[in-house]
Design a protein around this ligand. Structure first.
Ligand code: G1P
Length: 280
């Protein structure tokens, strides 16, 4: 499940008309990076949660026969292959969020499409730079522990108020049993330096928990609060993943990620090398 119904306010004015998930990072939009990570992690279907006006996200991940025909006629083989790849990663299902009531509400909007399956949930605001991908590392932890799993990362104390924060009951290396989660706590009240990083394995029990969750931080229905409710009936674990998540959800993060990935990319590295050398 990829919740992608947000307004993209951190990215205005770029996102006044264009959904932030369609901004390109190097040669492909953010939503495609997210879908590729999901598929590389074992997903065979993606449920996109969309707001009205964001249908282009689903269209990007579905076949476009007219464009493919045109590229074929013009002999644009490489472009044709790129377009086919984007449109055939896996099955795409769309769920709708009627109004922006928060991440928890967005996840709840996908309840019908998910049914009684345990599922991976990812926020497309970060790209995974990890092998195996961060989502796959969470799924592996789920297969060992059988519980919901949160992606965790240690952050400096002055940054914890930007994230969900996990309280830890017990640790086994990089695996941590969670005893509480708080959405965006003030630094002085944070129970740890472990931030919840927008990738999750969730069980269908999350849906009734979300239905019982009242608006919390920022007046929104918070997924973090519903995960807290799951702790009353079972365990939740977190994994401090290997590798990195690169921010593409803010202008500064997006720019830095493009530069970081561009410098290591066969097609773009010479352009970056000339910028770095000062001749461009
Ligand atoms: C969301 C979650 C938060 C999490 C964060 C990760 O917040 O609510 O728990 O730590 O993503 O990026 P948002 O960034 O949408 O405000």
């Amino acid at each position: 499940m990829i919740p992608a119904a947000g307004l993209g306010t951190r990215f205005l004015p770029a996102t006044k008309e264009l959904p932030k998930e369609l901004l390109p990072v190097l040669d492909r939009p953010v939503i495609q990076w997210a879908a590729e990570e999901a598929v590389a992690s074992g997903a065979d279907e993606i449920v996109l949660v969309l707001a009205e006006g964001k249908e282009a996200l689903a269209a990007h991940l579905r076949p476009d026969p007219a464009l493919e025909r045109l590229l074929e006629e013009r002999g644009k083989t490489a472009e044709l292959e790129a377009v086919r790849r984007a449109g055939n990663l896996c099955r795409i299902t769309v769920a709708r969020q009627a109004s922006p009531r928060g991440l928890g509400d967005a996840v709840l909007c996908a309840a019908g499409a998910v049914g009684d399956r345990t599922f991976l949930c990812m926020l497309p605001d970060d790209l995974s730079l990890a092998e195996p991908p961060v989502l796959r590392q969470l799924w592996d932890a789920h297969e060992r522990l059988g519980t919901p799993i949160l992606a965790l990362m240690r952050v400096p104390s002055d940054q914890i108020s930007r994230y969900g924060c996990a309280e830890i009951a017990e640790s086994r290396g990089k695996l941590h049993r969670v005893s509480g989660v708080v959405e965006k706590p003030p630094a002085a009240e944070a129970k740890s330096d472990l931030a919840v990083m927008g990738r999750y394995v969730l069980t269908p029990a999350i849906f009734p928990a979300l239905r019982e969750t009242a608006p919390g931080a920022l007046g929104e229905i918070q997924l973090t609060d519903a995960i807290g409710r799951l702790l009353a009936t079972g365990e939740v674990w977190g994994v401090e993943f290997e590798g990195e998540l690169l921010d593409v959800g803010t202008p500064a993060g997006w720019l830095a990620t493009n530069m970081r990935l561009g410098r290591g990319h066969p097609e773009f590295q010479s352009a970056f090398a000339s910028i770095d050398a000062g001749d461009a």
